[in-house]
Design a protein around this ligand. Structure first.
Ligand code: S3P
Length: 447
């Protein structure tokens, strides 16, 4: 992504209508390229998210020896090199803005006796990597990193990795996945204990690729204990990527708050580890109906019909955070249009996303006259207290901040500008076209 910023402005819009299909799930897209690269033989992925974050993972997998091409029907075809057989990359692995891509690949590289250097953009270079590097160090991986375990950093996997039992200090699917990916090439069993269940795409996909993996509830009934048996070859697999619920969130919230709207958001993944926003919006009184529920590629999917609704403020418990962690910025936007206050708790992890999202959301609300209060790990938004909009929002290289505040502008009293829309390319390249086709008025600053 080039470093020049380009602003975009969303204006109060007429009803949003029609049927939209947002791109493929980012979590599943990254993992499909990675596991297909570790399998022996040819895998096919349909519906892959072709956004910058996932392209960075594809480029890294190529550097590690996989062959990735596009098939006649637009499917992505991956010829994997096989577990234990990855090549040492000749150049640096540049992950751009991609936290998931970089952290999961650290697990893969750490599980092989090769060295690799990881670099990223200014946002990724600020994010903490120690959460992944610490367990990898326990497994025998050598790390040379900047102060505070930030990018750029280099890692080298040992000849033989030590399998570990690791209790996650933070609820993070990225950390869980990095350890399990390293464990794939360790002799013996590697176990991750998660005190709170996080998204389970890694476990589901490892099963589909033939890994020996088990998931058990923790003895206290909270969270999960996941164990993978190492040095067990992976077989290729065909993956169907459902629409990303974290991208669908922008269309759903826009449909709820833009007057007169009625939209259908198609094929949305309904994995319960990702549907916290839907639950919360329904508690707020959202008119959301899930139609045509079916199974695609091992995930339940459905079409979500959304109608403009009178929302009321609610308290969102911290225990729900893992299932909607990327959706808080757009929930804060919905909350600005609700009757009464919405209280969001347990938001510590928002501080270490593509930006400090708690601070970025609070600043965006402030710039647009939305009454709110923020603490170290909480945010309270007062809905409908007066005229809102008219502000310019700093996005800090964070795609979800950009999209959330453009959605705010569609339903506000005055237009809302975001300072940089190019960052949206990291996860949702056709966001502008899709929203405009539905009736959104969004103007881009010409370079
Ligand atoms: C992701 C996990 C989440 C999420 C990120 C994608 C994944 O991060 O915020 O966008 O694909 O595993 P954490 O695991 O760090 O919470």
């Amino acid at each position: 992504m080039s470093e020049t910023r380009q602003a975009a402005t969303a204006s109060p819009s007429g009803p949003l209508t029609g049927r939209v299909r947002v791109p493929g799930d980012k979590s599943i897209s990254h993992r499909s390229l990675m596991l297909a690269s570790l399998a022996v033989g040819r895998s096919r992925v349909s519906g892959l998210l072709t956004a910058e974050d996932v392209m960075a993972t594809g480029a890294a997998m190529r550097q590690l020896g996989a062959t990735i091409t596009t098939g006649p029907e637009g499917d992505v075809v991956i010829d994997g090199v096989g577990l234990g057989a990855l090549a040492e990359p000749e150049g640096v692995l540049d992950f751009g803005n991609a936290g998931t891509g970089s952290r999961l690949t650290m697990g893969i590289v750490g599980g092989h006796p090769i060295a690799a250097t990881f670099v990223g953009d200014a946002s990724l270079s600020r994010r903490p990597m120690g959460r992944v590097l610490d367990p990898l160090r326990e497994m025998g991986v050598t790390v040379i990193a900047r102060e505070g375990d930030r990018l750029p950093l280099s890692i080298k996997g040992p000849r033989t990795l030590a399998p570990i039992v690791y209790r996650l200090p933070v609820a993070s699917a990225q950390v869980k996945s990095a350890i399990l990916f390293a464990g794939l090439n360790a002799p013996g069993e590697t176990t991750v204990i998660e005190p709170v269940a996080t998204r389970d795409h890694t476990e589901r996909m490892l099963t589909a690729f033939g890994a020996e993996i088990r998931r058990e509830a923790n003895a206290d009934g909270e969270g999960m204990r996941i164990t993978v048996a190492g040095r067990h070859p992976l077989r290729p697999c065909d993956v169907i990527v459902p629409a990303d619920p974290s991208s669908a969130a922008f269309a759903i919230v826009a449909g709820l708050i833009v007057p007169g709207s009625e939209l259908v958001v198609e094929d949305v993944m309904l994995n319960p580890s990702r549907t916290g926003l839907i639950t919360t919006l329904q508690e707020m009184g959202a008119d959301l109906t899930i139609e045509n529920i079916r199974n695609a590629g091992g995930e339940e999917i459905g079409d979500i019909r959304v109608k403009e609704s009178r929302l009321v403020g609610v308290t969102v418990p911290g225990s729900r955070a893992p299932s909607m962690i990327d959706e808080y910025p757009v929930l804060a936007v919905a909350a600005a249009f609700a009757e009464g206050a919405t209280m969001m708790e347990g938001l510590d992890e928002l501080r270490v996303k593509e930006s400090d999202r708690l601070a970025a959301v609070a600043a965006g609300l402030e710039a647009n006259g939305v009454v709110h209060e923020a603490g170290r790990d909480w945010l309270r938004v007062e809905g409908r207290t007066g005229s809102i909009g008219g502000g310019t929002v700093t996005t800090h290289l964070d795609h979800r901040i950009a999209m959330s505040f453009l959605v705010l502008g569609l339903a506000a009293d005055r237009a809302v500008t975001v300072d940089d829309h190019k960052t949206i390319q990291t996860s949702f390249p056709n966001f502008m076209a899709l929203m405009r086709d539905a009736g959104a008025e969004i103007a881009l600053e010409t370079a």
